[in-house]
Design a protein around this ligand. Structure first.
Ligand code: CAA
Length: 386
């Protein structure tokens, strides 16, 4: 559904105001306390941010991908922790249900996800199955009208707050790779689930990731999302969308960092004039702007194509690769333009430098995006579609 331009602009303006007034002023506090304050989370709920990508009939805003990316670009202009609080509900935690859930499943869970009453996490990664997600070992063995899940998941975003886990588990232990995997929605209250303590991380304080252990967790068979053996494809489809969303968040961070570096360079004087008048500083500002504009253009083009029903696997990976690597370069240049101040905590630039490092890792590393792009190219070549 194409979104009404006026409604879209009003939403984007509202999110921008929220970011400027409520998030940016407390970025340091969130980093220090490792927590986004509850009143800010509540305001995010009121703005509908948890339900951005949940269809309206289930209580969400039902945004198309282009509008979701425009909102994610705004949310990216502050500490990634704020977006992360709602991030799994917007994306990887909810989208298996949105894309593949039955009507009954959607009615049961999506309204709580959209309102933010339920936090939904995505449990794919395991200690031995990171980039090679298809090698996951968590088992779901059928027992009457239930499946019994056993296994360990790692670095699960928002697991400590989650009520629901979109969980990928092997229903056919004899079939290796993605084919033996199925997807389930698992309620946190089911006996046998243990959630570990949030990991201590390099950055993105306020965003939490934990281990989740499943020990004889009995899940009703009707909680399977999609059909048996389709769980890997479900996960990959969810990630196609998630990779565009993350690209937008990363590019929002680039836009913020450009603003910070240009403002600073226009004020800070060295050799008798603002450093923005020095061409080597100008080169760093200009390269950052050109790359960020390219990333924004890629995001919006891929999002529009997804909205039009095109398969965007290759475009989503191309966008994530380019946008997240570009943000890494922009953050590095921001530290350089700030000089010594870029290394000092008070200025917040070193925090962004650490925070954005994760964009090149989660929802598929840059190297995984390269693999996906190359494979899609070869597939197209074989079909004579290049
Ligand atoms: N959409 C639909 N189906 C897809 C697909 C897609 N994008 N990509 C692959 N598939 C299908 C394939 O068509 C194939 O089906 P058939 O056997 O019927 O042909 C099946 O899935 C297996 O595909 P592959 O042979 O390509 O699988 P693979 O094991 O070789 O590897 C991979 C695929 C791309 C490397 C994949 O494992 C991958 O993306 N790895 C990275 C994992 C990842 O991104 N993890 C992030 C976790 S979430 C997170 O980070 C957030 C957080 O909370 C921290």
């Amino acid at each position: 559904m194409a979104f009404d331009a006026e409604i879209r602009q009003a939403l984007i303006d509202q999110v921008r105001r929220f970011v400027n007034e409520k998030c940016i002023p407390i970025e340091g506090q969130v980093a220090e306390t490792d927590e986004v304050p509850q009143n800010v989370v509540d305001e995010m709920k009121q703005l509908g941010l948890f339900g951005l990508a949940v269809p309206e009939e289930y209580g969400g805003l039902g945004l198309d991908m282009e509008t979701e990316c425009l909102v994610a670009l705004e949310l990216g202009r502050t500490s990634p922790a704020f977006r992360s609080v709602a991030g799994t509900n917007i994306g990887i935690g909810s989208q298996a249900l949105v894309l593949f859930g039955t009507e009954e499943q959607k009615q049961k869970w999506l309204p709580g996800i959209a309102s933010g009453d339920y936090i939904a996490s995505f449990a794919l990664t395991e200690p031995e199955a990171g980039s090679d997600a298809g090698s996951l070992r968590t088992k779901a063995i059928r027992d009457g009208d239930h499946y019994v899940i056993n296994g360990s998941k790692r670095y699960i975003t928002n697991a400590n707050k989650a009520q629901l886990f979109t969980t990928m588990a092997r229903t056919d232990p004899d079939t290796p790779g993605g084919k033996g995997v199925s997807a389930f929605i698992v309620d946190r209250d089911t006996p046998g689930i243990t959630v570990g303590k949030p990991e201590q991380k390099m950055g993105q304080q306020g965003a939490h990731a934990c281990d989740v252990i499943f020990e004889d967790v009995r899940v009703p068979a009707e909680n399977m999302i999609g059909s048996e053996g389709e769980g890997f494809k479900v996960a990959m489809s969810v990630l196609d969308k998630g990779r565009l969303h993350i690209s937008a968040v990363a590019t929002g961070a680039s836009e913020r960092l450009i603003k910070e570096m240009v403002n600073y360079a226009m004020e800070r004087e060295q050799f008798g004039k603002p450093i923005a008048q020095h061409q080597l500083i100008q080169a760093m500002m200009a390269d950052s702007q050109a790359e960020t504009y390219a990333a924004r253009s890629m995001i919006l083009d891929a999002a529009r194509r997804r909205d039009a029903g095109e398969n965007v696997t290759m475009l989503a990976s191309s966008t994530k690769l380019f946008a997240c690597e570009a943000t890494g370069r922009v953050a590095d240049r921001a530290v350089q333009v700030f000089g010594g101040a870029g290394y000092i905590t008070d200025y917040g630039i070193e925090r962004f430098y650490r925070d954005v490092r994760l964009f090149r890792l989660y929802e598929g590393t840059s190297q995984i995006q390269q693999i996906v792009i190359a494979r899609e190219l070869m597939k197209a070549a074989k079909a004579d579609q290049l």
